[in-house]
Design a binder for this molecule. Structure first.
Ligand code: FES
Length: 107
């Protein structure tokens, strides 16, 4: 596990989603009612960027086939996508957003 300094908190406006890349991970960052969240930026149905989707309340809608995911838990909430989005721990330090990524072993 490692915490990564990703960006300043002001880069993610309230009610917005921002796509970033941390190492080999494509991550979507969200700010919902002042709380930051991070999920995989890749839809579990097919290839689409959640950061191109539509954030409404605490759910993100995929821009391609409109699968709905609960941002805080990653839970899939529509019939289109069955698998949840991976979620990542987020913390704020000195106005910087930090995301914890599990390092995967290289073969
Ligand atoms: S690619 Fe996201 S719902 Fe199909």
């Amino acid at each position: 596990m490692a915490w990564h300094d990703v960006t300043e908190t002001s880069a993610v406006a309230e009610g917005q989603v921002l796509g970033v890349t941390i190492g080999e991970e494509m991550i979507a960052l969200y700010r919902i009612e002042g709380v930051f969240y991070a999920t995989s930026n890749i839809c579990t149905h097919a290839f689409a960027l959640m950061s191109d989707g539509y954030l409404e309340d605490d759910c993100i809608e995929c821009p391609v086939h409109q699968a709905l995911f609960h941002v805080p838990t990653g839970e899939a909430r529509s019939r289109i996508a069955k698998r949840p989005l991976k979620t990542y721990p987020v913390k704020v330090e000195n106005d910087r957003l930090m995301v914890e990524i599990t390092e995967t072993a290289k073969v």
